[in-house]
Ligand binder design. Structure first.
Ligand code: KG4
Ligand code: ZN
Length: 460
């Protein structure tokens, strides 16, 4: 896979505005399993001390007896203690960290979202993203650790996104993590951001390999067969921009930031919200690539069609660019419907291809959908029509695990620790990679198979 072009990039120089941070401690997360460790046993006051000048954490001042016992996997009342991984994510515009244990319990999480800043600047400005990561990473990692009540010395490893993503953003997470790794003398696990999105589902559900995954976000759009923790077959990808990028551009063009109901929402979320009030059939828009019998995607042609419709409507309604059209909800509904049909059709073909080649179980095939755009319920319903027609099980992580977060990175670290792949005890020569394919690309073979997809009624 070739990584998609970066999202709308704007020159740096814009003033920063307020951003948001969230911290979740154990027991506060609705979607996560109950914490195995009992209060009073390992939940104790964290001894974390922030060392501002060094930019990393000081070691705990006193070694507790529990810690010594834990190093032997022994604990009063517990015969076995789980591995614990700190995950750090800075590949795009969220600074996130989490501590996750071997059984998938999220012990602590914190996230600082830059969405509001980038909404105001009309796109991600890499140096601004970098600066915000720099300003927040130490606090976010400390908050995740404090919430988890895990002392840094108890961590089994530190896992960090190193590919793919914005170079300036990846660099902040990597250099911070390497400092921490050296200070704490822990193994380091470099993480592929898309692999982490793909495997998040296994933290929540018992999903065996192989399964099909559709990853749809602001920076990516791909279909892959997941055969193991680091064994992926790429079936299709977007040939131009990603669906979230397209939705963000349409939302900007419609000036939805000025809409009283959508002003703080990401572009995709704003489109989903407004679409509920519109008629998807008001405009007759054809889904892209109808004749190409492969699993690739395209969204930029569709974006130009929508741009033309908006221009036409502005003329008809006699309003200036930057004002909100009375037909904005119809446009939102039409664009969401067209994207949903396009994504559903390509995914349908991928399922048929995998079944034809016996790459997926005939009776128990699973489709996992993740990435920011996967939080769109209309698109999920379109995919449900496909999975019902093909006797597959559709699984989606809850919306807040679909968007970027530290939990998915920590969990990928756990998966790698358990499988014994990619755990580094020497970090010499480790680099971030802004562009990085996912797995082995067999999309040409998929196109050559030219599988005809039966028409489904998209009554969503
Ligand atoms: O995965 P993500 O948090 O970041 C990356 O792009 O890696 O995805 C963010 C993207 C944005 O383009 C945003 O507009 C889109 O996901 N998004 C949505 C929704 N919520 C977020 N798109 C459609 N419907 C939504 N509800
Ligand atoms: Zn992502």
């Amino acid at each position: 896979m070739t990584s998609l072009p970066e999202r709308q990039i704007r020159p740096a120089s814009l003033a920063l505005v307020k951003t948001q941070s969230t911290v979740f401690a154990r027991g506060t997360k609705p979607v996560l399993a109950t914490v195995v460790h009992e209060e009073g046993v390992i939940c104790r006051v964290s001894m974390l001390i922030l060392n501002k000048t060094a930019g990393v954490f000081s070691k705990p001042s006193r070694r507790k007896p529990y810690e010594f016992l834990r190093s032997f996997n022994f604990y009063p009342g517990k015969l076995f203690l789980h591995k614990l991984v700190l995950g750090i994510e800075t590949s795009c515009d969220d600074t996130a960290a989490a501590v996750v244990d071997e059984t998938g319990n999220v012990l602590g999480e914190a996230i600082h979202s830059q969405t509001e800043v980038h909404l105001k600047t009309g796109g991600i400005v890499p140096p601004v993203a970098q600066q915000l990561h720099r300003e927040n990473i130490q606090r976010i990692v400390q908050e995740a650790l404090s919430a988890s009540k895990v002392s840094p010395s108890e961590l089994s490893a530190i896992a960090t996104t190193v590919k793919p993503g914005l170079a300036l953003s990846l660099g902040v997470g990597l250099s911070f993590s390497l400092q921490l790794v050296h200070q704490l003398k822990k193994p380091f696990i470099p993480i592929h951001h898309m692999e982490a999105h793909a495997l998040t589902i296994r933290l929540l559900n018992k999903v065996e390999f192989p399964f099909l995954v559709l990853l749809i976000s602001g920076g990516h759009c791909l279909l892959a067969l997941v055969r193991g923790v680091s064994d992926f077959l790429l079936l299709g990808k977007s040939l131009d921009i990603a669906p979230g990028d397209m939705l963000d551009k349409v939302a900007r063009r419609l000036s939805l930031i000025k809409h009283p109901e959508c002003s703080t929402m990401s572009g995709g979320k704003a489109i989903e919200h407004l679409a509920k009030q519109g008629n998807k059939l008001h405009f007759d828009i054809k889904p892209p690539m109808q004749r190409a019998k492969n699993c690739d995607f395209s969204f930029s042609g569709l974006q130009h069609v929508i741009d033309k419709i908006i221009m036409q409507k502005e003329k008809e309604e006699g309003i200036q660019k930057g004002q909100i059209l009375s037909s904005a909800a119809h446009i939102a509904a039409a664009v969401q419907h067209t994207i949903a049909c396009h994504i559903a059709k390509r995914t349908h073909r991928a399922i048929l291809f995998c079944k034809q080649r016996h790459l997926l179980s005939q009776s128990n095939a699973v489709l996992v959908v993740s990435g920011g755009v996967a939080s769109n319920l209309y698109i999920r319903k379109a995919l449900e029509i496909v999975t019902n027609a093909t006797q597959c099980t559709l699984l989606c992580p809850p919306p807040r695990l679909c968007t970027d977060n530290g939990i998915m990175i920590a969990w990928n670290g756990i998966e790698r620790l358990r499988a014994g792949v990619g755990v580094l005890h020497n970090t010499e020569g480790i680099r971030y990679e802004p562009k990085c394919p996912l797995g082995v690309d067999i999309s040409e073979e998929v196109g050559e198979a030219a599988i005809k997809v039966p028409r489904l009624k998209m009554e969503i």
